[in-house]
Design a binder for this molecule. Structure first.
Ligand code: HSE
Length: 290
């Protein structure tokens, strides 16, 4: 095994109406250094107190679900991706686990196989597919098949407003309705279709309009994320294309013309000084092993 490091990008999922389907890789990373074989799995990390250091670590659990007799190793994880903020930290751990099994057991998995395995574990492809393929990915996970289409996201500034509290995805999913009327589903789907078409032709003004017309999840989740709507109004006033929840939240992403970034960053910072406001880029590479 020549590989000693695995690096996985953060991801934002949904982009508004691309719920459980669309995602974008971002320039924050989980990096895993693979050490020698040991008698038990040891995971040293800076990822937060709640993250296990042994075989119950999500990355190791994922690797063992693929290769149950994988020999234990010493691992070091460095996380730039904040946990439970909607920036794909769990998906990054799952993708790191798939890659760990791949390199340690010489599986030679294709990207398609990695996406299928990781989507099955995560339940939907919107975070894991861009974490594997990089850039912008539109995916569908069906009962017996997975489909992913990768495309270049249009050039723009991206600001992540990361509030100083966590929100578990399970809580943000529990608040969603169980059913939707047929006419509403048709309308919600047409909004998502126009979003994708607009992104494919680099029309961020139209894509931004569609992002903010989401009917699948944001209006329900706004109850848990009270900063979403005021931030949307503020960002719009400062010239942004759009604001959307990053994944299940609570992080909010703002897409804007690059010339607006300084003023926007200052306004978001002044909106809530306890939050972090990070300027991010689209990451073109998915999981890297070197
Ligand atoms: N599409 C998912 C959601 C992303 O919004 O719940 C978080 O897993």
């Amino acid at each position: 095994m020549k590989i000693s490091t695995i690096k996985v990008p953060a991801t934002t999922a949904n982009l508004g109406p691309g719920f459980d389907s669309c995602g974008l890789a971002l320039s924050l990373y989980m990096t895993v250094h693979i050490g020698n074989e040991t008698s038990e799995w040891i995971v040293d990390h800076n990822c937060g107190e709640d993250i296990p250091h042994d075989a119950s670590n999500l990355m190791v659990e994922t690797a063992l679900s693929i290769v149950p007799d994988l020999h234990p190793r010493q691992l070091w994880m460095e996380c730039d991706i904040p946990t439970a903020r909607g920036l794909g930290s769990s998906s990054a751990a799952i993708v790191a686990g798939v890659e760990l099994a791949n390199v340690c057991a010489d599986l030679a998995l294709s990207n398609e196989q990695k996406v299928a395995i990781a989507s099955k574990i995560e339940g939907h492809p919107d975070n894991v597919a861009p974490a594997i393929l990089g850039n912008f990915v539109i995916g569908a996970k069906l009962d017996n098949a997975d489909y992913s289409v990768r495309h270049q996201f249009p050039d723009c500034a991206i600001l992540a407003f990361i509030p100083n509290f966590q929100l578990l995805t399970s809580k943000a999913r529990a608040i969603l309705p169980k059913t939707m009327s047929y006419p509403d589903a048709v309308k919600a789907s047409s909004i998502a279709n126009v979003l994708i078409a607009a992104l494919l032709r680099n029309d961020l003004a139209l894509a931004g309009k569609m992002m903010e017309l989401d009917m699948w999840h944001e209006s329900y989740r706004a109850q848990l994320i009270p900063h979403l709507l005021p931030l949307r109004a503020l960002a719009k006033e400062k010239g942004a294309y759009a604001t959307c929840l990053s994944g299940a939240g609570p992080t909010v992403l703002v897409f804007a013309p690059r010339k607006r970034i300084t003023e926007l960053q200052l306004s978001l910072h002044n909106f809530d000084k306890t939050a972090s406001v990070w300027a991010l880029e689209v990451e073109d590479s998915g999981v890297m092993a070197f």
